[in-house]
Design a protein. Structure first.
Length: 276
């Protein structure tokens, strides 16, 4: 009897998981289908699901109107640059908080996290003025700096959590063997925390890739990433739903593919070695 109830429970949980998964995936599927419709079919009432004439004209029109690869390059530079810069700053910070904690370490962590709760529009004007005076408006360097700063609290928090799971005795053993602080972080701590660092990197890339508020307010055309590329299909004349869908699919496809191939790395557990 208990086994039957357990099987029903597993079946119910599986059905619930599949249902939620399909519910979350449906907007992406609908956007994908709409990108292959004509503009008239995209706004048809009632909506057309599969019974329509498939066409690639939206993708052709999007590429003819905008230089997709330029925007793609900008997104890669912004997401990759902010991730690397964030790790350079966050790894030593998380190491210090995890292995050399002070009385105010928890307060500092909470303060860092609280900055993510602040509406970005509250600091838009001072950041805009600073960027204008320093020549960072509409530059990749400026966006890399902004993305690093806004995502740094999350990077530090995640790395701090992963580092706390590493036995401190391993690092003490490295020090006893004469390892310097740099060697301890680079050759002992970092290799052991590879899964955690990889997860943190992927999350930061996704956040930077999808960021729209700062990219739309701090760039014009030179450093415009894919989020600005999508927004360009909203005009005073109205929304071009089919072309907007094509632009959206072209923008999210790289990050979806990266996430798909990185899923094993994200869920892989970390096995810690024995204390020397």
């Amino acid at each position: 009897m208990a086994r039957a109830i357990s099987s029903r429970s597993r079946l119910g949980y599986s059905a619930l998981a599949w249902g939620l998964g399909m519910l979350i995936f449906f907007p992406i599927l609908w956007t994908f289908l709409t990108s292959f419709k004509s503009e008239a079919q995209a706004i048809a009432d009632p909506p057309i699901f599969l019974n329509f004439q498939w066409t690639l004209e939206n993708y052709v029109a999007v590429q003819e109107r905008s230089d997709y690869f330029k925007h793609f390059y900008n997104s890669v530079v912004i997401a990759g640059g902010s991730t690397l810069l964030g790790l350079i700053i966050a790894v030593p910070a998380a190491w210090a908080m995890a292995f050399v904690p002070g009385k105010r370490t928890k307060d500092i962590l909470m303060w860092m996290l609280s900055t993510k709760m602040m509406p970005p529009v509250g600091v838009l004007i001072p950041i805009y003025l600073i960027f204008r005076s320093t020549g960072l408006l509409d530059t990749l360097t400026g966006l890399v700096i902004v993305m690093t700063l806004i995502n740094l609290p999350i990077i530090v928090w995640m790395l701090y959590t992963y580092f706390r799971e590493i036995p401190g005795e391993i690092l003490e053993a490295a020090r006893m063997d004469g390892a310097s602080l740099r060697a301890e972080i680079l050759y002992v701590l970092t290799p052991m925390a590879v899964p955690g660092i990889a997860s943190t990197m992927l999350l930061n890339v996704i956040l930077a890739w999808n960021e729209a508020f700062w990219t739309l307010n701090l760039v014009a055309s030179k450093a415009a990433p894919l989020t600005a590329f999508i927004a360009s299909y909203s005009s005073p004349e109205g929304l071009f739903y089919a072309k907007l869908s094509a632009a959206s699919i072209m923008a999210i496809a790289p990050i979806l593919i990266m996430g798909w191939f990185s899923q094993k790395q994200l869920v892989r557990g970390l096995t810690f070695g024995a204390v020397k």
